[in-house]
Structure formats: C-alpha cells, structure tokens
Design a protein around this ligand. Structure first.
Ligand code: MG
Length: 296
C-alpha cells in the first residue's frame, strides 16, 4: 500500500515513497501532545485517559510520569524545559531541570482556565496556549466543571503576565507560528456537541499580537487538532485519515495516510525531518524530505 496521497506534484518531493509510516508504540487509550527531546533521543507524549506521560525511544516505551494531571499538549521552552498543558490542574506548567514543577499560569483575571490544550513557545520566550473546554466536559476523576472563562488563546509573557490574545474563536485547539513568526495558525475545533464549523484560522502578527484572523483551511475528513509548520512554511495538520500538508496559500498538497485518527504531530529526529504522529491508541513516525521549524 502507499502511505501517501499526492494532491499537488510538489508533495511528491516532500515525502520518500520507500519510507514507511511505522507504528512505534500502541496500547494507549488517547495519545496526544508529542514533543521531541533530541538530547535524550526520545519522544514524550500524553496518554490522557490513563493520566500518564509516556516516553518512547528506540529502546522501547516506558512511563515518564504517572499521575500526570491529565496532560495534553507539550512543548519545550527556549531553555529546553518541558512545558505542559494540564486538563486536571487546569493550568500550564514547566518541568524544571531537577524535576520539580513550576506553574506558569492557572487562571486569568481571578478565574480558572478551562482545560489548557496545546502550547508553543515563541522566540521571545513567551508561552502561547489554547484553552478550549474539552477537558472540563469530560468526567475524568470528577473534574467536570462549568466554564469560568471563554475559550481563548493566551500568551504568558516571560515575566509571567497572562494576556488573552484571541477571544473570538469557538474552541481554539492546536497552534503554530510560521517560520518567521509573521503568522499564527490556530485550529478551531468548535464547541463540543455544537455543530460549530471546524477550520484552521490564520492571523497576521502585528506588534507581537495576532490580528486579521481569517479562515485558512478546513480539514476533511475530521478536523485539525495538532498542527506544525515546516521550514518552507507548509502547515502539517492532524486529520481523521492521517496528516495533511497544506501550502502557505491554503491549498492541500498531499496526505500521509495513517490507520487511526490522528490527534497531534511534532517534528523530531537528528535532522528534524522525522514526523512523529500520535493517533488514538498508537504512535507512528515517518521520515520526510521536509524539516520542522516549530520549536522544539
Ligand atoms: Mg489538541
């Protein structure tokens, strides 16, 4: 079988048709939030329903943290430290070099976040994250709760100041900057059970803030959850049938076909040209002819 579907001839140069989509690990309940640690040659990711962060390397799969406050998305800050979105704690945390956990933000204007979902770190060190309501709509360990804040995108400045930077999306989810940080992409997966339209929006970054939000692309089948950008500015998005590659002008270029619904992705490997894919019960990877730029 082919692992790829070409919609634009350029996509044929982005993939290596003899490079398989490999299943690296399975037996998970909902794999999410992959983040690559090149210095340890391993991938960390969340297995949300089982309340654990897993660690995959060529030596196998082990548990990195359990319990883990039901983490979802992860990234690394500019010092390489793990930054995590917690559904259980309704907060964004940083794991220090000694293993202790620092809370970066757990609320805004005196109210608790909903359930921080995905996170990126900008070149100035600011932490950007989305706060949809999915986590508190789910009754894991009884933390189903009413929303205290609208589902928004937040920025945590290096000095810790929290600011709501996008407040007019239904349910912001995955997010990514373009290589030069002139654009911000945010997936809107809509409010649960609402029938809201689902699409990826793009914003122009002006004065360090996102403006002029507009629809960039609508993923089908399924919807965009996690997204990442390669060094040419192409956007790679999760979808129900795999990973879709979308040009900076919004055109679908091609697909990586994955046999499970994909939640999230990240680039990794020594050359940043290995795409790691969390997909329902499993984690996959595939070697590409593109390199990721999204930090890390
Ligand atoms: Mg997500």
């Amino acid at each position: 079988m082919s692992f790829f579907e070409v919609h634009d001839p350029v996509f044929a140069t982005y993939v290596m048709f003899n490079a398989p989509v490999k299943r690296l690990a399975t037996g998970l309940d909902w794999a999410e939030g992959p983040v690559w640690f090149g210095d340890q040659n391993c991938l960390l990711f969340s297995d949300i329903p089982n309340n654990r962060i897993m660690r995959w390397s060529e030596e196998g799969l082990t548990t990195f943290r359990n319990p883990a406050n039901y983490t979802n998305g992860h990234t690394r800050d500019r010092q390489g430290r793990l930054v995590s979105c917690e559904h259980g704690g309704r907060r964004v945390t940083r794991t220090e070099w000694d293993g202790s956990i620092t809370v970066l933000a757990d609320g805004y204007q005196g109210k608790r976040f909903n359930s921080p979902n995905d996170v990126i770190v900008a070149s100035d060190g600011a932490v950007w994250f989305t706060d949809p309501h999915y986590g508190i709509m789910t009754d894991y360990e009884g933390f189903k709760a009413p929303e205290e804040l609208p589902c928004s995108v937040y920025r945590i400045a290096p000095d810790g100041t929290v600011e709501a930077v996008i407040t007019d999306m239904a349910c912001p989810n995955g997010l990514a900057f373009s290589p030069d940080e002139s654009r911000l992409y945010v997936a809107d997966t809509g409010r649960m059970f609402s029938g809201d339209p689902q699409h990826i929006k793009v914003f122009d970054m002006v004065g360090g803030r996102p403006v002029n939000g507009r629809i960039f692309h609508s993923i089908s089948p399924g919807c965009a959850d996690g997204i990442r950008v390669d060094s040419d500015g192409n956007l790679w998005s999760s979808a129900a049938d795999g990973v879709h590659c979308i040009a900076p002008d919004g055109r679908l270029l091609g697909k990586i076909l994955v046999p499970e619904i994909v939640s999230n992705i990240c680039f990794g490997g020594r050359a940043k040209h290995r795409l790691f894919i969390t997909a329902t019960t499993s984690v996959y990877s595939v070697i590409l002819n593109r390199r990721g730029v999204q930090w890390p």
